[in-house]
Design a protein around this ligand. Structure first.
Ligand code: ARG
Length: 562
């Protein structure tokens, strides 16, 4: 049990009649100032129940409190019961725990191995990997690791946009104006050019739209030429996407995109029919939605299926194939309605598990306050942007530490880490301003700052000739105590970030820990300490372990030197 829960249990002995233990635990605060102790229980809510002043209640509670082990002092101040931990013993125990459990420290098992699928990244074939897809990739990758850390079995799914009417248009465009050679050299750019041209031309030649529709129909019917072209476009696109994933260190358990569900949609339509949910509307098949949502389109007039149809089939398939009880869809804000409709239809189909489906939306990536768009040829090639981040990191490293041995590798770790941290440090619903210079700074709330802190801890350990030691652990002063408390907070940050599908909880946690550690390092002699040198090194080691693990949860690597 953690210390907060122990305190809650002790209070509960006296407040059984008034509050349950969980509520007590929620009420407990962590005071900002160390004079107020380590935990504080406010008595204001109890004033009405007891018909006494909060001060009086706090006084009585404090007097009667049976202090749990490792708590050494209780005080009643200003309507609060403040308790103080025994810093010496708690520090020893926390540091020992971190050193023994290593990267397992902070791992929780409330997931109980339950399976959760996370649908993320999911770029569209034949289109550039957009900034929105980058956000989904970074957030989803982190949520997957956070899910595992919480004891869930995570299935990572890249629901590639590899099916739909746009491929009919693309094939039509290729047949009219395509050049195989050019596409081989620069696939995504060329395919995008074709797609854009198709739309421009279609504005004054409506027959093109029919042509595109026809090709999609052929594709869905299994026409060989259509299939082969589609397959080729898909493969070329995947090559480019994969190089981005490799750069970021992102992996998937499944890259079955929309096309995978082609032969699974008929069953969905049948099921919908059996449940009498399908209605005809202008020749198309729809499911009417609850509330004020437009109906969910299942099949078009010409019999072709839609994005939503494939998502229905995918949800059912995933539940059956993986036995998942929860699913997260990490997809931009603008698809909120789509997911509402999707979950609504699945609910109407009486799938109880649809309760466990959740859209995890996020805001936009902005450049100079404006949306970074991929349309109309205004392409931001993500791979180039990432490489630019790495270049800038390389320069910074050359300035700071010209003698570094593994420069190239560290430049990659820092460049990509900067982009990821910058994305994750604020709540995902906020828009993100994409500024390479800001994200690559070594000071402030950046990836390089936390990586640098880790490298600094590693360097102290190297210089101090530290050898793992689980005995000499506790040497405490005020500065060290702040750091120890930071270490203690890690499991809670792990839980919070999972509960809110919110990696920024981990990012904020890292920044706090890094700040208090840097302060400690700035004020306390470690390497030439007269007293407690081994103990201090143990604390540094524990910080290094937790920094590294928490960075891992965000997808960041932790360089030993930089
Ligand atoms: N490919 C889609 C897009 O770029 C995102 C897919 C998200 N996942 C899903 N199951 N619908 O807009």
């Amino acid at each position: 049990m953690d210390y907060q829960s122990l305190f809650a249990a002790a209070l509960y002995k006296q407040l059984k009649e008034q509050l349950d233990q969980e509520k007590i635990c929620q009420l407990i605060e962590k005071p900002k100032y160390s004079e107020m102790g380590d935990f504080a229980f406010p008595c204001f809510e109890l004033a009405k129940i007891f018909r006494k002043s909060p001060n009086q209640i706090a006084g009585e509670l404090a007097e009667q409190l049976e202090c749990p082990p490792l708590f050494e002092k209780v005080e009643a101040v200003g309507g609060y019961v403040n308790v103080f931990l025994n810093q010496m013993e708690v520090s020893a125990s926390v540091v020992a725990k971190v050193i023994q459990r290593k990267e397992q420290y902070g791992s929780l098992n409330h997931g109980n191995g339950e399976v959760i699928t996370i649908d993320f990244s999911s770029p569209n074939i034949a289109k550039p990997f957009s900034m929105g897809h980058l956000r989904s990739t970074v957030i989803g990758h982190s949520l997957a690791r956070i899910g595992e850390k919480n004891g869930f079995g995570v299935v990572r799914i890249n629901h590639l946009g590899d099916w739909g009417t746009q491929f009919g248009k693309l094939i039509a465009a290729y047949k009219l104006w395509g050049n195989e050679e050019k596409i081989r050299v620069n696939p995504i750019k060329e395919l995008l050019t074709l797609y854009v041209k198709f739309h421009d031309e279609a504005e004054h030649d409506a027959s093109l739209i029919d042509e595109g529709r026809l090709w999609f129909k052929r594709l869905e019917d299994g026409d060989q030429e259509a299939r082969e072209l589609w397959k080729w476009f898909r493969e070329e696109s995947l090559k480019e996407f994969n190089s981005i994933y490799e750069l970021l260190g992102v992996t998937f358990d499944s890259t079955q995109g929309e096309a995978f569900y082609n032969n699974k949609m008929e069953r969905v339509v049948q099921l919908l029919e059996e449940k009498q949910l399908l209605k005809e509307s202008d020749g198309a098949l729809v499911v009417e939605s609850a509330e004020e949502m437009p109906p969910c389109l299942i099949k078009k007039k010409d019999g072709t299926t839609l994005y939503a149809t494939r998502d229905l089939a995918a949800a059912i398939y995933r539940h059956e194939a993986y036995g998942s009880s929860r699913s997260l869809y990490v997809v931009g804000n603008e698809q909120t309605l789509h997911f509402k409709q999707l979950f609504d239809v699945l609910g109407k189909m009486d799938y109880e598990w649809s309760q466990g489906l959740k859209h995890v939306p996020f805001g936009m990536m902005l450049k100079d306050g404006k949306k970074m768009s991929t349309r109309k040829g205004k392409v931001v090639l993500l791979e180039e942007v990432l490489k630019e981040a790495v270049d800038l990191a390389r320069q910074n490293i050359a300035d700071k530490n010209p003698s570094l041995t593994d420069k190239e590798r560290v430049a990659y770790q820092v460049g990509t880490g900067a982009v990821m941290f910058h994305d994750l440090k604020n709540h995902r619903l906020n828009d993100v301003e994409f500024s390479l210079n800001a994200m690559l700074k070594f000071e402030g709330e950046t990836g390089p700052y936390v990586q640098y802190t880790h490298a600094r801890a590693s360097s102290i350990l190297r210089k101090g000739g530290y050898e793992e030691n689980t005995e000499a652990l506790a040497f405490v002063d005020d500065q060290a105590w702040r750091v120890v408390k930071g270490l203690m907070d890690f499991p809670e940050a792990v839980k919070r970030s999972f509960d809110g599908n919110d990696p920024s909880q981990v990012a904020k946690y890292i920044l706090d820990l890094a700040k208090s550690f840097n302060q400690y390092y700035g004020n306390v002699r470690i390497l030439d300490a007269v007293e407690g040198r081994q103990e201090k090194l143990s604390l540094v080691h524990a910080v290094k372990v937790v920094l590294k693990e928490s960075m891992y949860l965000l997808g960041l690597e932790a360089p030993e030197e930089m």
